[in-house]
Write a protein that binds this ligand. Structure first.
Ligand code: LLP
Length: 435
């Protein structure tokens, strides 16, 4: 058995306990595959992040809903006082529904439709603009509706973050933001200045995701603040500096947690140095953590349905959850730790490949893992799936998406029901000639 993170324990029966609830009992009650979110852990993660920065500066944490947009999850963060980073109209609606006011939201992404922008304007959401064309559209909509648009520009600071190429976004060649090197970023501020109904309130960057080393964030802060200083020379005072999300979590047993104190200390002192040197006021610091807040608060429980021996090779076990329920291993080669939730006290002595139920070779959750010898009916637990798990799941081979429960102090409640055959087919229509 591995060293479990502090919010888990194992009971006398050798079962994994999460939020004070026996995971084996959870599966009996709610079925498998099952996502489980630990409310207290989400709150702890939020408070830890807030504390590290908040005791040094005025800071706003805008939870990145893309990590997990379940209404109950968002509601928990709303009650903590979080704002929201939304990247679609529906995420915006979910955040509003959870009680987060539009004024505490930022709207991100390289493609926001006119309909989405109208909704953002209506609720006073700050729009992090990604291109000159988008600026024009926002300007036009603001003028038409007579609403003032609060805008900020996503700049591309050209920072190389040590992470998977699919989730590195701060490089010059990436599709996001305004290029700093060529002067495009400054040009955006210049243009916005002359626009009616457009108020330029901030600056935004996001260098990538799952970053465990503080240094790229320090480099980002440095580069963003250089632009802030130049923007000020144009006569524009910004309210906030938004450094995006991206703080990682340990997925592998040998990985270390990010030292938040070091991160906050170095980032804040970088920002403050530039503010001092240039005689600027103290900006509100904004972060958009997603994974850090919810990643390790979530587990996926899946049933071992079949096992198969392979001479001289690892044995295979097949779970009732695969790349449909959790696509990260297939898409990024991501590592998620796996154990047997009903055999936590047994020796991990058997080399095992962990497959999902789909007819694709990419459909695995782990390869060459050491597990206790799994049998039909055992329960596998996949850790650290609270972020980009259910939110990226799909219905390949018409499998219903898993249910999700929230656990807290020995209680469990369904927060997303399991999809049914009806859910899967209700949007399909037959053309008249086939009826
Ligand atoms: N802000 C912006 C503008 C973003 O694009 C993202 C994530 C975040 C905040 C939140 O980043 P976080 O704190 O969660 O790292 N599906 C991938 C991750 C993609 C992240 C995309 N943007 C994965 O499963 O690893």
């Amino acid at each position: 058995m591995l060293m479990l993170k502090s919010h888990f324990r194992v009971n006398r029966a050798g079962h994994l306990v999460c939020g004070g609830v026996d995971t084996v009992e959870l599966c009996e009650e709610f079925g498998t595959p099952l996502y489980v979110m630990d409310e207290e852990r989400i709150r702890e993660n939020y408070r830890r992040f807030l504390r590290a920065f908040g005791r040094r500066r005025r800071v706003l944490l805008c939870y990145a809903l893309k990590a997990n947009s379940n209404s109950a999850v968002v509601r928990i963060l709303a009650t903590e006082g979080a704002g929201a980073d939304v990247s679609s109209e529906n995420e915006l609606r979910i955040a509003l529904g959870a009680g987060i006011p539009g004024e505490k939201m930022v709207f991100n992404g390289n493609l926001k439709t006119e309909g989405e922008l109208r909704l953002a304007l209506k609720h006073g959401v700050t729009i992090n603009i990604d291109s000159f064309q988008e600026l024009e559209v926002v300007g036009r909509l603001a003028e038409k509706t007579g609403k003032e648009a609060r805008v900020s520009f996503r700049i591309n600071p050209d920072v190389r973050a040590p992470t998977h190429p699919y989730i590195a976004t701060g490089l010059r060649e990436s599709k996001f933001g305004f290029d700093v090197k060529s002067g495009e970023a400054l040009e955006a501020y210049r243009r916005a200045k002359g626009m009616k109904n457009v108020r330029t309130v901030g600056i935004h960057a996001h260098i990538g995701s799952q970053i465990l080393d503080p240094s790229p964030f320090v480099e980002e802060a440095e580069k963003v603040m250089e632009v802030v200083a130049q923007v000020r020379e144009l006569g524009i005072e910004l309210e906030f500096v938004d450094l995006g999300g991206g703080v990682g979590i340990p997925y592998r047993p040998e990985e270390r947690e990010v030292d938040l104190e070091e991160l906050a200390g170095r980032v804040v002192s970088t920002v403050e140095r530039v503010e001092r040197e240039k005689g600027m006021h103290k900006h509100l610091l904004v972060f958009e953590p997603g994974r850090y807040l919810v990643g390790d608060a979530g587990i996926l429980l899946a049933r071992v349905e079949y096992t198969k021996e392979r001479r001289d090779l690892p044995r295979w076990i097949s779970l009732d959850a695969g790349m449909n329920a959790l696509i990260r291993p297939a898409l990024y080669g991501a590592y998620h730790h796996i154990e047997l939730a009903n055999k936590m006290n047994l020796e991990n002595d058997t080399l095992t490949n962990v497959a999902g139920p789909l007819c694709e070779s990419a459909d695995f959750l782990g390869k060459e893992r050491l597990l206790p010898r799994a049998e039909r009916g055992d329960l596998a637990v996949i850790f650290d799936v609270g972020a980009y798990g259910l939110s990226m799941s799909n219905q390949h081979t018409a499998k219903p998406r898993p249910a999700m429960v929230m656990v807290r102090r020995g209680r469990a409640a369904l927060v997303r029901r399991r999809e049914t055959f009806r859910d899967l087919t209700r949007l399909d229509l037959l053309p008249p000639w086939l009826r």
